[in-house]
Structures are given as C-alpha cells and as structure tokens.
Design a protein around this ligand. Structure first.
Ligand code: AMP
Ligand code: ZN
Length: 114
C-alpha cells in the first residue's frame, strides 16, 4: 500500500468523491474546500510535483489542463469563471507531494493570492 494519500485514492483504499476518471487521470472533490467548487485533478501515476515532469510528459500536462476545463464544465463554473492552481514545493504551499491541479470556483477570488 502506498504512503502517498493521492496514490491511495487512485488505489481506492482512501475514499474520494470522484468528479471525472479515465485510464490515466482522476479528479475528485477536495476534502477541505476553499470555495463552493474545489476539485483536484491528478495523474494516476505518482509524480511529486509539476517540476518533476519530463519533457516527454508534455502530452500528459496538456491532458491534465484539459481535464481541469472538463471539471469546470461538469461543476457549472465554466462560464462564471474559475481558478486553476498548482503549488510547487512547501514554500508555495504544497502539502501533498503527488502533483495536482486545484480547480476552484463559485465565488470571487482576490489577486495576488496570500
Ligand atoms: P496542496 O496544499 O496544494 O498540496 O493541496 C493539497 C490538497 O489536498 C488540499 O487542498 C487538501 O485539502 C487536499 N486533500 C488532502 N487530503 C485529501 C483527501 N484525502 N481527499 C481529498 N482532498 C484531500
Ligand atoms: Zn502518489
């Protein structure tokens, strides 16, 4: 059993509320939502963060962003506006070291982020 929380979600040993799934990627609701809509989009393969992708992973990266767009549509925030965020490293706020894109919406956001 993996000691990575998100690998365990992929394995099914930790429950999640799935929003989207295909052979390579998964999207599920964040357990501690920061907005009315807050989902996470991940590759099923364990990659610690965005910086750990290789040049040949560019297609996977494109797919992950495309799934962010799909999740926004499924959640009904595509037209009202939403934010896609990935934190890279603890200094930037990353707490789970399995790469994920946050899809946040349903309220107004400030800029710059805290
Ligand atoms: P980050 O701080 O960018 O690494 O984001 C990690 C996110 O994972 C946080 O928003 C957490 O609320 C979320 N999270 C942690 N554990 C779980 C879980 N078991 N199911 C869903 N979301 C989780
Ligand atoms: Zn993992």
């Amino acid at each position: 059993m993996s000691d990575c929380i998100f690998c365990r979600i992929v394995e099914g040993t930790i429950e999640s509320k799935k929003v989207y799934e295909d052979e390579r990627c998964l999207a599920f609701d964040d357990a501690n939502p920061q907005a009315p809509v807050h989902a996470l989009v991940i590759p099923k393969r364990h990659v610690p963060s965005l910086k750990d992708f290789q040049d040949h992973d560019i297609e996977c990266l494109g797919t992950l962003l495309q799934i962010c767009r799909t999740v926004a549509k499924l959640k009904g925030i595509s037209e009202s506006g939403y934010r896609v965020v990935t934190n890279i490293g603890a200094t930037a706020g990353q707490t789970v070291f399995h790469v994920h894109f946050h899809v946040l919406g349903g309220r107004r956001f400030r800029w710059p982020p805290g």
